[in-house]
Design a protein around this ligand. Structure first.
Ligand code: C2E
Ligand code: MG
Ligand code: MG
Ligand code: MG
Length: 289
């Protein structure tokens, strides 16, 4: 009764906000159904070494195949999930699906690696490591080291001690980490040194702007220097053109991912892309060397 009255009072104060919250709640419930009804998909985007065209891995990127609205990108539904219990539900679905796919590729004789994005709250959730361990066990045909995790530096910085501990536990399970969107958070040299990451991904905003904007180019240069200084491999996101690729290789960043190489694609499209890519002799054939 009191609750009922409370809600009515709320209506009087701010009906618009109340309606917004209700819509949000409904959409959240709709998303929960989408997970259960298997409307989520993973697309995979190749990550390559520009010096030899070798595919070093694939990034798994989630999509929602909405029956009415079509294929939705993460920007359309991740904000809905953030801060709710669905965050871990989605995260575990993605890990499970990626492991399933790795297992299938293993059977097909394709020894690929997959990077999965892990949200901050999911990484720092109480039982993350235990649940990850049991997922790995469920897919024990997948060789150790094939699944890798991408974390945002903001996640790690939020509680660096906790993040360090979780990452160490995961590493003991054979999981490597990449630091995603590097340069966009409040990164510092000290924090970078303390985090057990095996790969740094420089954010696409800097890469995309580096040809036109001297400041962005300076940032890319500094990150290349820093990554080398700390002995961490560096991958450039958002490599859309050959000009970007050339500039990056000239600066000493040879790992890349971007529309210029391949767009994210369903797993079913990957074998054909791999054939076409090797037929092009990787990056060389489009003029890299
Ligand atoms: P991210 O992890 O930094 O992923 C890279 C994003 O850049 C992807 O967008 C990808 O499609 C896009 N991209 C790749 N190459 C290029 C390029 O050359 N140019 C441009 N303009 N964009 C490029 P997407 O798939 O929309 O994902 C956006 C973000 O959503 C991701 O950024 C990641 O933070 C998040 N996300 C995606 N999948 C998952 C997931 O399974 N779990 C979680 N927690 N987050 C995810
Ligand atoms: Mg990522
Ligand atoms: Mg990124
Ligand atoms: Mg991003």
């Amino acid at each position: 009764r009191a609750k009922q009255r409370g809600r009515n009072t709320f209506h009087v104060f701010d009906p618009t906000r109340d309606r917004e919250l209700q819509v949000r709640q409904e959409r959240r419930q709709r998303f929960a159904r989408a997970v259960a009804d298997q409307e989520l998909r993973l697309h995979y985007q190749p990550q390559i070494d520009m010096t030899d065209g070798r595919v070093i891995g694939l990034e798994a990127l989630v999509r929602w195949q909405h029956p009415e609205e079509g294929l939705l990108s993460p920007a359309a539904f991740l904000p809905l999930v953030e801060g709710s219990s669905l965050e871990s539900v989605l995260g575990e679905w993605v890990i499970d699906q990626a492991l399933r796919q790795l297992s299938a590729w293993q059977s097909d004789g394709l020894p690929l690696c997959v990077h999965v994005n892990i949200s901050p709250a999911h990484l720092l959730a109480e039982d993350f490591t235990e649940r990850l361990a049991s997922l790995l066990q469920r897919h024990d045909r997948v060789p150790r080291g094939r699944l890798k995790l991408e974390v945002l530096e903001t996640a790690a910085m939020h509680d660096i001690e906790a993040a360090q501990a979780v990452m160490r536990h995961c590493q003991a399970l054979g999981i490597d980490f990449a630091l995603d969107d590097f340069g966009t958070g409040f990164s510092s040299l000290t924090n970078l040194r303390r985090l057990p990451v095996d790969l740094i991904k420089i954010d696409q905003s800097f890469v995309r702007a580096m040809l036109d904007d001297p400041d962005d180019r300076a940032i890319v240069e500094s990150v290349v220097f820093m990554a080398r200084r700390f002995g961490r491999p560096l991958l450039a996101e958002g490599v859309e053109t050959l000009a970007h690729a050339r500039a990056l290789v000239a600066l000493g960043c040879t790992l890349a991912q971007g529309y210029g190489i391949a767009r994210p694609m369903p797993a079913a499209s990957l074998p054909a892309w791999l054939r076409e890519w090797s037929g092009r002799h990787g990056w060389h054939a489009i003029g890299m060397s």
